[in-house]
Design a protein around this ligand. Structure first.
Ligand code: URA
Length: 204
């Protein structure tokens, strides 16, 4: 089943990820967590300090923001699946490099294939670029439906992807405009899933 498949990928990643085995900027791996049958999967960038200490995704300030977003959608962490493109913290929390993503990313691909969500929400530029296979910047691509194309031979249909801003960016650029854009992206996701937002709707 899906949960067993995820723990098998987790173990194999820990034993064999060429990026994470060579990385030096972290203490723990952050594989990802949530419902193995989630209809909605969030993909972030890389663990930060709090995540690195606890081994769980999105725990710091960005995590609180993500929790708020999930709650406003009428969902909970337990109902969705959360992962990132890199499973180990980068030195000085710098943006993941293409070769790091190329090494660690295949394990995320396996995670997506195991969960088989109906929709993927990418958080921030690096996740959007990698998942959608594009170089278009996040401010141009956000809010527009994209697709994740499974590797050839995988028994999985293409999955709709909604790129939105990273919660860290929302916190750094705390304008009404950015918050409205993120909420509009999330509402499009709810519509695609046939769900309604929780009231009161817009996260602050
Ligand atoms: N930011 C991310 O992109 N991923 C995490 O897991 C935590 C913070």
């Amino acid at each position: 089943d899906r949960a067993r498949r995820l723990s098998e990928i987790d173990a194999r990643h820990a034993a064999a990820c060429p990026h994470c085995l060579a990385a030096t900027g972290h203490t723990r791996l952050v594989f990802g967590e949530g419902a193995a049958h989630a209809e909605l999967m969030f993909v972030g960038e890389a663990p930060g300090d709090a995540e690195d200490r606890m081994g769980r995704p999105f725990l710091g300030a960005a995590g609180e923001k993500l929790d708020e977003m999930i709650k406003a959608m009428g969902l909970s962490r337990e109902k969705v699946y959360i992962a990132s493109i890199l499973k180990s913290r980068t030195p000085d929390d710098r943006t993941p490099m293409p070769e790091e993503v190329a090494a660690c990313g295949p394990f995320l691909m396996e995670q997506i294939l195991a969960v088989r969500p109906k929709v993927i929400v990418t958080l921030g530029g690096p996740a959007a670029k990698w998942i959608c296979g594009t170089d278009v910047g996040i401010s141009r691509i956000r809010g527009t439906w994209q697709q994740w194309t499974p590797p050839a031979g995988a028994d999985c249909p293409a999955i709709p992807v909604m790129p939105t801003y990273h919660p860290s960016y929302v916190l750094r650029t705390y304008t009404k405009q950015v918050r409205m854009e993120v909420w509009s992206d999330l509402r499009a996701v709810l519509a695609k899933l046939g769900l309604s937002p929780a009231a009161p709707a817009q996260p602050r």
